[in-house]
Design a protein around this ligand. Structure first.
Ligand code: NAP
Length: 179
């Protein structure tokens, strides 16, 4: 595909993200997709707080860190896509558990809304996207849709993203999700 790959970047590590910024210096980006994420499980009464913090570092701080590092690469008309999860929705939480994942994605969601507001004046739109239940490694391959279908839908949502709908929480199927 003619892609340039900068390998070995852990989004939870400040030095790695700084290296990403250096490697991409002077490269203009039309679209930044923050996709990296991890899902762990916690059982109430036996919560592993190191594991909970790990999810915060990757899922909540990672996308903010990467976006901040690459702000200089985005111009007016540029877009930032945040791949979150509806599991980070407070209104949609009907099954409990998954403390670290839910809390970290919820934190990501509110950071994304702040990004949308802070970047509006620069003409940069921020979309907050739930991909759907996708058959990836994260959930053992059993999803409602395939990774290809999720990618196709998300590409449509990104095409529709603009400054009038910036900061909206979308399902990849086009539904607007509650926070
Ligand atoms: N699958 C679903 O049903 C579902 C539902 C809702 C939301 N999501 C979200 O969709 C996104 C993609 O998930 P997925 O289902 O494709 O999961 P996945 O199959 O587990 O893939 C996760 C990806 O994130 C990368 N990653 C993890 N930690 C990283 C880190 N610290 N630094 C850099 N890259 C890191 C992994 O890279 P390596 O392979 O190199 O580790 C991998 O490419 C995530 O944000 C997830 O929360 C997924």
């Amino acid at each position: 595909l003619g892609c340039q790959i900068i390998a070995g970047i852990d989004v939870s590590k400040a030095e790695d993200v700084a290296r990403l910024g250096v490697e991409l210096q002077g490269v203009k980006l039309d679209l930044l997709i923050n996709n990296a994420g991890i899902l762990r499980d916690e059982v109430l009464g036996h919560i592993d707080y190191d594991q909970l913090e790990e999810q915060f570092r990757v899922n909540a701080l990672g996308p903010l860190r990467v976006t901040e590092a690459l702000l200089g690469n985005l111009d007016s008309g540029g877009k930032v896509a945040i791949i979150t999860s509806r599991m980070g929705s407070i209104a949609d939480n009907s099954s409990g558990g998954r403390y670290g994942y839910r809390m970290s994605k919820c934190a990501l969601n509110i950071a994304s809304v702040s990004l949308a507001m802070d970047l509006e004046d620069q003409g940069i739109a921020v979309g907050v996207f739930h991909p759907g239940l996708v058959g990836t490694e994260m959930i053992g391959g059993y999803g409602d849709i395939t990774p290809d279908q999720a990618a196709e839908r998300l590409a449509q949502r990104v095409d529709e993203l603009n400054l009038t709908n910036t900061g909206t929480f979308w399902h990849s199927n086009g539904d607007v999700l509650p926070w």
